[in-house]
Each structure stands twice: as structure tokens, then as C-alpha cells.
Ligand binder design. Structure first.
Ligand code: SAM
Length: 274
């Protein structure tokens, strides 16, 4: 059996008696035209290393395998093991890991090679996984990730937008981030309550070192924790007006208008004042 001989995804799910489970955030993409489009957006190809979290029935996995990439999947729901073992038998470029992506060691999974993350993320752990990949010790080569539309907008938002906040600052301090595709709820089985979107993130060469990123997280938590307040009030415990002026910013400004460079200057000014 090869990838081309595999039965349609709906048949495979029925054969294994599998239904989506809410507790695992399961909403499946069973249309290979959509999953192939996501694989193209991920810009992966022959010989690339890909890590996919949550393969489920394997629709996105099949599209990634078709590109010739070496794909390692991490799936938490044990019910999917037999189905994914069948897929691995048809595709020598697939490595199956059963476990929790939140505690997975990506550097080990990638075996020291640069690896691209491509995933239709489970909604319940999408944001914690993204934070892990943006701020953790391992840096992916690129990230092509499906989120709820509202989360995707928060990742890629620009200053002044209502979606602009901590997630945008951390994502854009570390990566170039763009929403590259909207996916309506009806494209999933079962359909979720809200629409989704795919964000593509490419790590920046000038991404902050871990210590600078820690300070940035502290500053953005304080600034956006009280986003309606002026910076001089929200940042009072961290240095107030002196800190804000040292960063070349207006103490009367609100967090939502400060760009990523401004937040990095605040982080550096805070560090310099230690
Ligand atoms: N990739 C499949 C698709 O597009 O049809 C399934 C996507 S579904 C939104 C999310 C998948 O992530 C499910 O297979 C679910 O079991 C899995 N999952 C949920 N939490 C997980 C975790 N912490 N670690 C690894 N996989 C997880």
C-alpha cells in the first residue's frame, strides 16, 4: 500500500469506529484539496523536516507526506494509534510519536535538523503551544498553524488594532507573522462554532535572546494587563514615567499604540535600570 492507494479519510474514520472528541479539541479536515493548500502555504518540500502536532485522521499529514518531506507527528489521543500506524506503513517518510505536544522535546524530535512546524492545532492548547515555540529553547525553521480566527488575528495584529496585545508583541518580536488563509467553520468535521485562519510565522534573525524575551513578557503583561490605562499608570510598578521616557515613549500613551520596537526599548530600559 502506498499513499495513493489509501481509502478516503471518511472511510478510514468509519473503519476504525472513530468520532471526534471535544476534550481533545478535535475538528478534522477531511478534504485533501484544503490540506494540500496548507502544505503549499507551509512551503515544505522533498527532504525537509516537518513536525505536525495532532495528526488525528491524517488529512494534513497525507498532504505533507506527498511533498516528500520527512514528517514526525505527535498525537495525544491513543484511539488514533492504529489508524496512524496504517498511514506509517504506507509512507516510509512518516514517524509516529504518541504523546502530549505540550511536553514534547522538539529538538529531540527534529534530531538536530531544522524543522518546520505545520499543524491544525487543537483549540484548547493552541496558544500555550505557540508561546512554547516562540519563547522556548528550540527554534522552528517556520510555523504554519491553524488557529481560531480570533487567535490568528491576535498573533498578526498591528498597533492600534483591537486585537493587538501581548501575543502580537511576543509573536512579532520573534517572527514575521501573517494571516495567509481564512478557513470557514464548515470546512471541518464536525464544524466548530467559529471560523479559523492560518498564520505563517518565520523566525527573525534578530529575535531577542531568552533573557530579553523574559523581560519583554514582564513588560507586556503589565502594559496590556491594564490596556485601557496610560502607560505611566500600568507600568508604575516597573519604573513608571522614568522608564517610559528612557525608552523614548510618551507616558500618556496606551499600550495598544506602542509598536514592537517600543516594547523592546522598554524591556532594554528596564534591564538597564536594574
Ligand atoms: N490534523 C487533523 C486534521 O487537520 O484533521 C486533526 C486536527 S484537530 C483540530 C487537533 C488534533 O490534535 C487532534 O487529533 C487531537 O487529538 C490532537 N491533540 C489534542 N491535544 C493534543 C496535545 N496536547 N498533544 C498532541 N496532540 C493533541
Amino acid at each position: 500500500m502506498t499513499l495513493d492507494d489509501l481509502p478516503p479519510l471518511r472511510e478510514v474514520l468509519a473503519e476504525h469506529g472513530l468520532m471526534a472528541k471535544k476534550s481533545f479539541g478535535q475538528h478534522f479536515l477531511l478534504d485533501l484539496n484544503i490540506t494540500r493548500k496548507i502544505a503549499r502555504l507551509a512551503q515544505v518540500g522533498d527532504g525537509d523536516m516537518v513536525i505536525e502536532v495532532g495528526p488525528g485522521p491524517g488529512g494534513l499529514t497525507r498532504a505533507l507526506l506527498e511533498t516528500g518531506a520527512a514528517v514526525t507527528v505527535v498525537e495525544k489521543d491513543e484511539r488514533f494509534r492504529p489508524l496512524l500506524e496504517d498511514l506509517a506503513a504506507a509512507a516510509p517518510n512518516l514517524t509516529l510519536v504518541m504523546g502530549d505536544a505540550l511536553t514534547a522535546d522538539e529538538a529531540k524530535l527534529a534530531g538536530g535538523r531544522p524543522a518546520h512546524l505545520v499543524s491544525n492545532l487543537p483549540y484548547n492548547v493552541g496558544t500555550p503551544l505557540l508561546i512554547k515555540w516562540l519563547t522556548g529553547p528550540w527554534t522552528p525553521a517556520s510555523l504554519t498553524l491553524m488557529f481560531q480566527k480570533e487567535v490568528a488575528d491576535r498573533v498578526a495584529a498591528k498597533p492600534g488594532a483591537s486585537a493587538y496585545g501581548r501575543l502580537a508583541v511576543i509573536a512579532q518580536a520573534t517572527c514575521d507573522a501573517q494571516v495567509v488563509m481564512d478557513v470557514p467553520a464548515r470546512a471541518f468535521t464536525p464544524p466548530p462554532k467559529v471560523d479559523s485562519a492560518i498564520v505563517r510565522l518565520t523566525p527573525r534573525a534578530d529575535r531577542p535572546a531568552p533573557e530579553r524575551l523574559d523581560v519583554l513578557q514582564k513588560i507586556t503583561a503589565a502594559a496590556f494587563g491594564q490596556r485601557r490605562k496610560m502607560l505611566r499608570a500600568s507600568l508604575k510598578p516597573l519604573g513608571g514615567e522614568d522608564l517610559i521616557r528612557a525608552a523614548g515613549l510618551d507616558p500618556q500613551a496606551r499600550a495598544e499604540v506602542i509598536d514592537v520596537a517600543g516594547f523592546l526599548r522598554l524591556a532594554d530600559a528596564w534591564k538597564a535600570g536594574r
